[in-house]
Every structure is written in structure tokens, then in C-alpha cells.
Design a protein around this ligand. Sequence first.
Ligand SMILES: C[S@@+](CC[C@H](N)C(=O)[O-])C[C@H]1O[C@@H](n2cnc3c(N)ncnc32)[C@H](O)[C@@H]1O
Length: 341
Amino acid sequence: MKALLVPKKQAETLRKQLLEAGYMDTRRRLKVRGNDLEIPVNGYVPPEFVRFPNINQEKPEYYENEPTLQDLMKTYVDGDELDLLPGGWQILGNVVITSLHPDLYPLRAKVGDALLTIYPYCKSVYLDGGIKGELRRPSREIIAVREGVDEPSKTVHTENGCRFKLDVTKVMFSKGNLNERARMGRLGRDEVVIDMFAGIGYFTIHMAVHGGTEKITAIELNPESYQYLVENITLNHVEKIVEPVLGDCAENTPVSVADRVVMGYVGKTHQYLPYGIAALKQGGMLHYHETVPELLMPDRAMERISTEAKRQGRKVEIVHWHRVKKYAPGVWHVVVDARII
Ligand SMILES: C[S@@+](CC[C@H](N)C(=O)[O-])C[C@H]1O[C@@H](n2cnc3c(N)ncnc32)[C@H](O)[C@@H]1O
């Protein structure tokens, strides 16, 4: 359990910053330690806060008497059915997104109300029906909303100091890609980058805010995601760095200009490899995402990059690969970093 050890005088300012940026672990209490305060944090803390020691909290204290979903649902559900209640959910800004066992669907409104009780700062709860199609559109049903709320599906989500405006019924925001988004934010200093599947700016905004990138061309096909991409560029004050492009990256990716290309899409990413590789200058870096069956991992992704590079008369140096998240039983979302020479 991590905490930042901060002098008492600076603690309140820092507590606000950490909370606003989404790094604070709000389940734990702040604790006094000599002249310092321990501010509980979720784990990764970016460089601007690293001036304070990131310690392991010896005796974390939790806020007590907070009801669990099980506690709140005991009136409506009993016995084994309590085990069917969701054990986790996603919070984007002030919107909760949860899945639900089909047997509990008739009780969805009660589950929604219970989640709003647990999260007093949240305004609505949506049931997740998965992400579909080429444009990665989510299927979501509202199950609870606070009185007087006008736009229950619109929110601003903060992650690693980046702000993402979105409508949870129109665009996705993957919980499992969090570390990969943070990693991209540490790359690209003084570089020209192309983000071929930019969405609302998942990678682009992290790179522009934290990476010190010179220029990013962010290409997005879905007009709704593109609209939020444009808004998020303004919200994060990176208009001078990011050029948004509405369209198909197969038609809009420039050739031989990039130091780095991000292909953050899964399913048919390999079909776009010709454009991703052609976009790179000699020695440029490709971040190629793919969903790969466990038995073919990571070879299939690497072979696809090598085959296309060879076809273009270029060489490949595989620098790194890792799993981003489990995609389906026996299938992993992986990313391969390949230098194209
Ligand atoms: C949702 S993002 C991937 C998620 C992201 N990696 C993350 O961290 O959450 C993929 C985006 O690619 C867009 N897309 C799909 N095909 C495209 C194409 N041919 N050209 C440009 N964008 C495309 C989709 O509309 C979608 O917004």
C-alpha cells in the first residue's frame, strides 16, 4: 500500500492535486507521521510528485462503515444470489459502469441505486453490454441517475494528469489499457508521431501532455470520437502539438515522416501495417497492437511486422513486446515495439 510522505504545510495543496489527477487512493485515511502526512496513492505517481518519498504504508487505515454492494443489496437478494453481484466496476469521471449477471437483470435499478450510495460523487450508473464493431462503439444502458442531472452519460475523466471528455454511451475507454497509456506518455520526446487509431486521444493526449512530443498527427475514423478528440486537445492545452484528422488511416497516414507510429487498435490492425510501416523514417519505432491466441503469442504479431517490412524492402529490429491485457479466454492483447530500418 503506497503513500506519499509530504510535509504538513504542503499536504493540503498536494492532496487536492493528487485527487484531481486521479492518483489518490480514496479508500484509505491520511495519516500523521511526525511532521509529515502520509497521503495514500494508487501506485504509479508521475515525476512531478516524485520529489516526495513514495513509501510503503506500514499500517494503512481504511474509512470505516462504508457499505459494500452486498450490504446494500441484502434486502433484495439473498443466499447464493449475493455471489452473483459484480465484484468490480469502472468509474469514468463521475459515471459508474458495471456489468451484471443476467439473473440479476430485473434488479438492475436497485444495483444502480446502491452504487450511487457507495459513490456519493457519481451522478449515474450504466450497464455495460460490450464494445462492438470497427468503430469500437459501446453498448450501454442507464440503470440509475441522480435527480436533476441533465447529461448523465457525459463526463470528464482524469488519468495521469490528462483530462478526457467523453460520452460513455458513444465512445469506449478501456480500463485494461491504463498502463499502456501511461507508458506512451513517457515516450516521444522531440519526435514526430502518428497515432493511426487515435479515438478520443487515449495515447495522443498522454504523449502530448507528458512526452514532450514535437508534433502528433492523430487520425480517427469515428466522427463522434473525433469530436471528443478535438475537445480533449483543447481541454489539455495541446493545440500546438496535436493535429487531429478525421478519416480512415489507410487513406490519411503520411509517408516517411514519423519517428514513431502508434497502431493502438485490435482485430484488423495487421491490415493497416503497410501504412504504419511506410509512415516511418529510417530507424523509426512502431508500436503495433494485436489480439493474439496464446499459442501463437507473440510470434504471429512479429511475423506480420517482418513480412510487411520485407515487402517494403525494409529491415526490422524487435525491441520489446508485452501483454496489454487478457482479451478473451486464450487470447491476449499484445503490443510489439519494432524499429523499422
Ligand atoms: C478505441 S481505440 C483503441 C483504444 C485505445 N488503444 C485505448 O487505450 O483505450 C481504436 C479507435 O480506432 C478507430 N478506427 C478504427 N478503424 C480506423 C481506421 N481505419 N482509421 C482511423 N481510425 C480507425 C476507432 O473508431 C476507435 O476509436
